[in-house]
Design a protein around this ligand. Structure first.
Ligand code: CP3
Length: 355
């Protein structure tokens, strides 16, 4: 691999090339469990102002790497930047999560949705990617990301987070064509956005399909996986000086791993409910696997965290193709010593599986 990286273990594992140990990073590794993150966020004013300021976004992206020996950095941003750039008016209300001022309600709302030009409409993200890449000095690779078309659509129609997904599913059942029009626009927007991140320096990209698992099997294939596949087909992953590995994460997607492994992504993210040993047997040599410790296990004392890490490493077994991660994002009040215990355990216990 020709990328001047001091540590390319993460990229090699995603491409199922030999590695000396299992690489590790953590979803939401830059976030509220770090006091230095909370300090930078307070200076920025609020979460979106932090995302929109490339210098500060760069600063918080690098913060977890100063504390822990993570093998990758992930762009600090949010998946909801695309709907915001489409004109929906994103804001975060304290304690209630993300909200849109102008959610999608009618066919006319869908018809007039633009496909944003990432460089013009999401320039703050693209600038953050370039700046982070520069400031990483090749320490570890930088991951770019986007929400999946389906997951973005859930927020756009619900107007924010949801438990039942009643609005978006009603649109899907009553007006499937309209839903497909929206998902098609989103797939093109997501692909353009990820391609711009790749051009600006992202060395791997990940698609977060956080709510694919809320669908029935048929609906998952038709409304979520089809568009994840379309995004993959539109990505320029060979256009620069290295192959850009791609990761598809569907939370609650454990039932559909075989289908997910056939969409062209290099790796699948696994939630903690999925058995990583069985998952590996099911996907074979098609894809690498990323995951999958229960994020709540980080509340247990370091000795227990280490034991849980050991179980996952053993379940995956020998050979490359495993990136250690949580099955979903870390929660804000986790003890940082427990995060250190996880990272060190992965690095200390995994070399035996790569002899
Ligand atoms: O992993 C990382 O460190 C990269 C940064 C990242 C964030 N959000 C930062 C963030 C990434 C990759 C995301 C993706 C994201 N955002 C997803 C998909 C991943 C997942 O969790 O399944 C989703 C569904 C969102 C939408 C979103 N943004 C939610 C539901 C929330 C939580 C709101 C809350 O109050 O807890 C956010 C906010 C958010 N995004 C935070 C961070 C660090 C917390 C904001 C804060 O500082 O208050």
């Amino acid at each position: 691999m020709t990328n001047n990286l001091k540590n390319d273990t993460f990229l090699r594992a995603l491409l199922r090339e030999p590695v000396d140990y299992t690489p590790v990073w953590m979803m939401r590794q830059a976030g509220r469990y770090l006091p230095e993150y909370r300090e930078t966020r307070a200076k920025a004013g609020d979460f979106m102002s932090l995302c929109m300021n490339p210098e500060r976004a760069c600063e918080v992206t690098l913060q977890p790497l100063e504390r822990f020996a993570f093998d990758a950095a992930i762009l600090f941003s949010d998946i909801l930047t695309i709907p915001d750039a489409m004109g929906l008016g994103l804001y975060f209300s304290e304690g209630e999560g993300p909200k849109f001022r102008k959610p999608i309600m009618t066919a006319a709302d869908v018809e007039k949705l633009p496909v944003p030009d990432p460089v013009i409409d999401l320039g703050y993200v693209i600038d953050a990617v370039s700046l982070i890449r520069k400031n990483l000095h090749g320490r570890v690779p930088l991951i770019g990301f986007s929400g999946s078309p389906w997951t973005l659509a859930t927020y756009m129609v619900e107007g924010g987070s949801s438990k039942s997904f009643q609005k978006v599913k009603s649109m899907m059942y009553e007006k499937p064509k309209l839903m497909h029009t929206m998902l098609d626009k989103l797939a093109h927007s997501v692909a353009a956005y990820l391609n711009a991140q790749i051009e600006a320096g992202a060395q791997a990209v990940m698609l977060f399909d956080t709510w694919g698992g809320m669908l029935s099997s048929e609906d998952y294939h038709e409304f979520s996986l089809n568009y994840a596949r379309q995004v993959r087909q539109l990505l320029n992953t060979d256009s620069v000086d290295q192959q850009i590995p791609t990761v598809l994460f569907t939370k609650g997607g454990g039932l559909w791993l075989e289908a997910m492994a056939n969409t062209g992504y290099d790796a699948l993210g696994l939630d903690w409910q999925t058995d990583i040993k069985l998952a590996r047997e099911r996907v074979g040599d098609k894809v690498a696997l990323q995951g999958n410790m229960d994020p709540i296990a980080l509340y247990a004392e370091p000795a227990v965290v280490r034991e849980k890490v050991g179980v996952i490493l053993e379940k995956y077994g020998h050979g490359t193709g495993h990136v250690f991660n949580l099955g979903h994002g870390i929660l804000p009040d986790v003890n940082r010593d427990h995060v250190r215990a996880m990272v060190n355990a992965v690095h200390e216990l995994s070399p035996q599986y790569h002899l």
